[in-house]
Design a protein around this ligand. Sequence first.
Ligand code: CP
Ligand code: NVA
Length: 310
Amino acid sequence: AVNVKGKSLLTLLDWSKEEIEAVLQKGIELKRERKEGKLNTSLNGQTLGLIFEKSSTRTRVSFEAGMIQLGGNALYLNGQDLQIGRGESIHDTAKVLSEFIDAIMIRTFEHSKVEELAKYGSIPVINGLTDEFHPCQALADLMTIYEEKGTLKGLKVAYIGDGNNVAHSLMIACAKVGAHFSIACPKGYEPKEWIVNEARKIAEQQDANITIVENSIEAVQDSDAVYTDVWTSMGQEAENDIRLKAFSNYQVNDELVKHAKDDYLFLHCLPAHREEEVTASVIDGENSYVFQQAGNRMHVQKALLQLILG
Ligand code: CP
Ligand code: NVA
C-alpha cells in the first residue's frame, strides 16, 4: 500500500505513479461520499494554513471548504499581512508555522520559496501555484479525464498556448500516468527545457511521448483532451499586449477542435478569457468539462490532505 503521510507536494516529480493513482482513487471516493451525504471527520483538530501572494478563487475556496468538510480548519493567510510581507525570512516563517499548524499550502511567485518553506518547516507543504508549477491543478485534471474516459494510460492530451506553470504540471502528471502529451506554443513560449527533460524521462518509462510543436492542429490531432490556459499569467500583466499578439494563432476554437476526437474533453484550469485563448462556443459547448474540473480541485485536494495528514 501507498504511504505518503507527511509528504509535501511541490512539483509532483517526486510522487510515484502509484502515489498519484492513490490520490485520484481517494478523490473519486470522497466525491461519492459527499454526494451520498456521508460525514467524514478524518481531519478533526487539524489545521491547514493557506498563504497567498497571488489572487485565487478556486484554490482558496476548495482548500478552505475541503478542510472544513473533513472536520479540520483552514487559515487564510494573506502574504501582505504576514511578516514575510515585511521581509521576515521564509526560514523563520517555516519554523514558526510548524509550531502552530499541521500543513501549509502556499501560492507565490518563485518556486524556490516553496522549496525553502518545505526544507525548513517540519510539516508538509503543498504548492498552490508558483510561476513554474501548479500540481494540485494537474491532479484535478487527471481526475476529470479519468472520470470521463475510465483510463489515463495511452490517451492523448493536447495543450495549446503558453508553456507555463499549468502546462508544466500537466505535462509531468501525464508522463507519470502514461498519457501522451502534445503541446503547441509560439516560439519563445515553450515549456522550460529542464522540466521537459525530466518529464520525458518519466514518460519513457510509461511508453508515453511528449511532443512540442508550433502548429496547434498538429498538437490537437486525434486528441482525447484539449487544454488551454490564459496567455498572460499572474505577475506577467506588463507583457499583456505582446502576449496577445504572440498567441493570436493559438486560440482554441471550433475550427481547431474539429481535429480532436469527436468525444474530446475541453479543459481549462480557469479563470478563462472568452474569445482570447478559447471561444465561448468551445468553453460553453457540450465537450467542455471545466466546471467539473474546477469542482474536482476540492475532491482531489481533500484526498491529498487525508493521505498526507490522516
Ligand atoms: N485554477 C486555479 O488555480 O484557480 P484560482 O487562481 O482561482 O485558484
Ligand atoms: N497560468 C495561470 C494559472 C492560474 C490558475 C497563472 O499563473 O496565472
